[in-house]
Design a protein around this ligand. Structure first.
Ligand code: MSP
Length: 612
């Protein structure tokens, strides 16, 4: 019967009924009828990053809504938190470049036992405690160029209203009932666990304890009267949703894990705690003796930001959630089940990333190996840290963080190769007029013909032009496949090729007063500057400040930094180049300073020498 109920809600959703119509209709039991479930889950067949607005004819074609998990405020941010945010920020910026109107939401998860206990331990009232830590996340994100459009705190008033409404819909539809929960609970994970999800272990004093198999955190036995959600009823519908939408959870590795969970039993879920145990949370509407389970409260944040319950239909269908692998079950099983029950369409996709370890070990306060992202972004610059995380981070597998690796990578790819190339093309000794010089088709004819007297380009140069011409399509492909590291690898390869081009032709040896030499010298600079323009444009989602500095130096105005401006070397194709002949922008210093290792893995930017 309950499946029929949520079928009805789904169908009403498709019909775009208002929320008041919605609840009125719900109470009309006579309206209940069976509707084919598959037609209601989603009409979407593919869950990609969203198609280009020019190619998509769906009503919300221009909208993109990306979220990070909301962060617990029991401790200060670490590098793993920043990683979730940097991935989402990169996709948000990329989608904006592609012409989408993108909403990007992040924020803090402030309710629950874990926060209540952390505030108590700090001797602070919970709200001031939450505000303090939430501000730390906000300032980390601001200094890391995380360009969120919405910052949500679950202690906010609008969120409370959204949660109360959502709860009431579930309750009125009979998906929530009062029962007794008896079982294991992990406070650090705020998660209920079955017997098969826990294992025997010992605490640091050798006392036997039970721990969560997944997180390793200690669990405790609890028995209390709770409200339960009829999760078990949703197993067939969840299976069907995943089977019909193989790209709903990405990468595939995590999709398979979610599918595997659904082969097992899916017990009903406790969705409240007794108020005498947990005061720091939203009371159950109509039953102030119970507090809403923090995960139900937290997941609804995505809807709150979209405008739920009144006006979420513009943004909601475009939702994509970036999450770490530890919270996959909450997003790929619980959240879709809650949404189905409430009659709200499911998000477009869940993008899952793996974890950062430190020297092979899990990051933890007790091991004292937590990497502070604020400190590191001061050492390496915000762009440096962003570049490292996205260049080294692979979604499917855990990645190891260590400072030497950061320094080597940034020195090699940002300081020496990219910065070095800009330095060479803009050095007063090579480019004294500080211009984007002319391209000469005689020196670099479209086709490679042996023996022409004016032709200077050699076969390797044609390979460079080919690689850079293909680059934007390749980067697009990798971004769409969530393989940002591959996009950066491809760019980096092209930057090296361009340096090779410069080195091969040694423009510093050419005689500016000889007209033939001069034409070739200008052509070398033109080609290299065109390459740099493409790299700067493509790197904007990853290193926004460095890309801005680079493009400003090349005098590329902000309105010419979009995906549609990526046409490379138009002069070579016989078309005009809007940049040819322009005076370069002012020299605002070194693009990316080399980093030097000092004691204790600390490092300082070192002033690199500029070519005079
Ligand atoms: N509050 C919940 C999320 C609720 S969303 C409705 C939560 N918060 S968290 O602060 O613990 O984690 C936030 C994000 O940081 C998660 O995506 C998590 O996977 C990520 N990371 C935490 N440790 C991490 C690493 N060591 N490495 C990479 N990311 C990790 O869970």
């Amino acid at each position: 019967m309950s499946l029929y109920r949520h079928c009805l809600i789904k169908s009403m959703n498709c019909m775009k009924v208002s929320s008041s119509d919605f609840s009125r209709l719900f109470h009309r039991k006579s309206a209940l009828r069976c509707i084919s479930f598959s037609s209601l889950i989603s009409s979407r067949t593919s869950f990609d990053l969203g198609r280009s607005p020019t190619r998509d004819s769906s009503p919300n074609k221009d909208y993109y809504y990306i979220t990070t998990p909301i962060f617990y405020v029991n401790a200060a941010p670490h590098i793993g938190h920043l990683y979730s945010a940097v991935i989402a920020d990169c996709l948000h910026r990329y989608k904006q470049m592609r012409g989408f109107t993108s909403k990007f939401s992040t924020g803090t998860d402030e309710h629950g036992l874990k926060i209540q206990q952390a505030a108590e331990a700090a001797g602070k009232d919970p709200l001031s405690f939450c505000t303090e830590v939430s501000e730390k996340f906000k300032s980390l994100f601001q200094s890391s160029q995380i360009s969120y459009t919405d910052y949500i705190r679950t202690t906010g008033e609008q969120h409370r209203r959204a949660v109360e409404h959502f709860w009431t819909v579930l309750y009125d539809k009979g998906f929530i009932y009062k029962g007794v929960y008896e079982g294991w609970y992990s406070t650090p994970d705020e998660s209920f666990l079955t017997e098969s999800q826990v294992a025997d272990s010992k605490d640091k004093n050798g006392k036997p304890i039970k721990v969560s198999l997944e997180s390793g955190h200690q669990v405790e036995w609890m028995k209390e009267e709770n409200y339960m959600f009829r999760m078990s009823e949703f197993r067939p519908a969840l299976l069907q949703w995943l089977r019909e939408n193989p790209r709903a959870v990405r990468p595939t590795k995590f999709y398979n894990i979610a599918l595997q969970w659904l082969q097992e039993d899916l017990p009903d879920l406790s969705v409240s705690r007794q108020r005498d145990r947990l005061q720091w949370g939203i009371p159950v509407p109509g039953d102030p003796g119970q507090t809403i389970y923090v995960w139900l409260d937290a997941l609804i944040n995505y809807l709150t930001v979209a405008g739920y319950p009144e006006g979420h239909s513009q943004w909601w269908p475009a939702a994509r959630h970036v999450v770490g692998k530890d919270i996959l079950k909450f997003h790929a099983i619980y959240w879709p089940a809650f949404l189905m029950a409430a009659g709200v369409p499911l998000p477009q996709a869940i993008y899952v990333h793996s974890h950062w370890t430190v020297s092979g070990q899990k990051m933890s306060k007790s091991l004292g190996n937590v990497v502070d992202p604020l400190e590191r972004s001061q050492q390496y610059t915000a762009d440096g840290l962003r570049y490292f995380l996205l260049r080294q981070g692979v979604l499917d597998t855990d990645c190891d963080y260590y400072d030497d690796k950061v320094i080597k990578l940034l020195n090699s790819e940002l300081a020496d190769t990219l910065g070095g190339l800009l330095n060479r093309c803009t050095a007063p000794s090579i480019n004294p007029e500080q211009v984007y010089p002319s391209f000469c088709g005689l020196c670099f004819p479209t086709e490679y013909v042996r023996g022409s007297s004016e032709r200077k380009a050699v076969p390797e140069d044609y390979r460079l032009v080919e690689s850079v011409s293909r680059l934007s399509a390749e980067v697009e492909h990798h971004f769409e496949n969530l393989q940002i590291y591959k996009a950066l690898e491809t760019v980096s390869h092209c930057v090296r090729q361009t340096n090779g081009f410069f080195q091969r032709h040694a423009p510093w040896k050419l005689d500016r007063n000889n007209p033939q030499d001069r034409r070739w010298l200008d052509t070398i600079l033109h080609v290299a500057l065109e390459c740099l323009r493409v790299y700067g444009t493509l790197l904007q989602p990853v290193v926004p400040m460095t890309a801005d500095m680079l493009l400003s130096r090349l005098s590329v105005e902000p309105s010419r930094r979009g995906w549609e401006d990526l046409n490379f070397l138009t002069r070579y194709q016989g078309e005009n180049c809007p940049f040819e002949g322009r005076t370069l922008g002012p020299d605002t210093g070194i693009l990316f300073s080399r980093l030097e290792r000092t004691e204790k893995a600390e490092c300082n930017p070192k002033k690199s020498k500029k070519v005079k």
